[in-house]
Design a protein around this ligand. Structure first.
Ligand code: MN
Length: 248
């Protein structure tokens, strides 16, 4: 069995080592991860520039691209067969609620789901000022990966796991996707030549959405698994939209 690993924090990230360790023995591990950090790059594909895959071992490459590039290359070129499972992570930081639209970690798994493969993204909600509990996140990742192999979901569905950064999370709960409210931030600066430049991206403000949604549940100390699907259609709106817009 072939298991493809990727991440968005880059090939040398500790979360990727933790993932390799956590899944060791489950199958043949292939690691294809970005050469440099690609957090918040979402599902970008590098289609306007060449991609280099630098060997990092017999079954490992660091790729000059995004997580989606890594999975694309792995599935369609570098692996000898289609992987039985693709796992992206373990991300340094949570990917809860609205994060899933920005996350390169989740997009790595989503790219695998686009190929009809079993896919899982995993993130550890690291806390400042403490050593991350990578092995704890690894244990939950392994548990969900084993479940995914034994009970493959409908093609086009991926699982998104988040683990609180504590020695003993309260357990695991299946959740729905919530909404995250960010505090928008634009930091305006000036470069040494007098030209203006910007840093964007404020921090977490609060979670919104149902009490059983991922952000609230993870905040309460549980590891959460949310099934995500490629079909984003707002089904509830179809009829009303059709009656207003469909050609007669
Ligand atoms: Mn990241």
């Amino acid at each position: 069995m072939n298991i493809l690993l990727t991440n968005d924090d880059g090939y040398d990230a500790p979360g990727l080592r933790a993932l390799e360790e956590a899944l060791s023995g489950l199958g043949t591990i292939w690691t294809i991860a970005p050469l440099t950090e690609q957090s918040a790059k979402s599902h970008a594909l590098s289609m306007r520039e060449p991609i280099r895959a630098l060997p990092r071992g017999e079954r490992a490459w660091a790729v000059s691209g995004t997580p989606a590039d890594c999975v694309y290359l792995g599935v369609n070129e570098l692996l000898p067969a289609r992987p039985d499972l693709v796992v992206s992570g373990i991300n340094s930081g949570s990917n809860l609620a609205t994060d899933v639209y920005y996350s390169g970690t989740v997009a790595g798994a989503r790219e695998a789901a686009c190929f009809g493969l079993r896919a899982l993204s995993a993130s550890l909600w690291i806390q400042p000022g403490q050593e991350p509990h990578w092995a704890v996140a690894g244990r939950f990742t392994r548990r969900v990966a084993e479940h995914l192999l034994a009970h493959p979901p409908t093609p086009g569905v991926l699982l998104n796991l988040n683990v609180p950064d504590v020695a003993e999370p309260r357990g695991l709960k299946v959740t729905r996707l919530g909404r995250r409210h960010y505090q928008p931030m634009v930091d305006v600066r000036e470069d040494p030549r007098g030209r203006t430049y910007y840093w964007i991206g404020g921090g977490h403000d609060r979670f919104e959405g149902a009490a059983d949604s991922d952000g609230h549940v993870c905040e309460a100390g549980w590891a959460t698994v949310t099934p995500l699907q490629l079909d984003h259609t707002a089904v509830d709106l179809l009829d009303a939209l059709r009656s207003g817009l469909d050609s007669k």
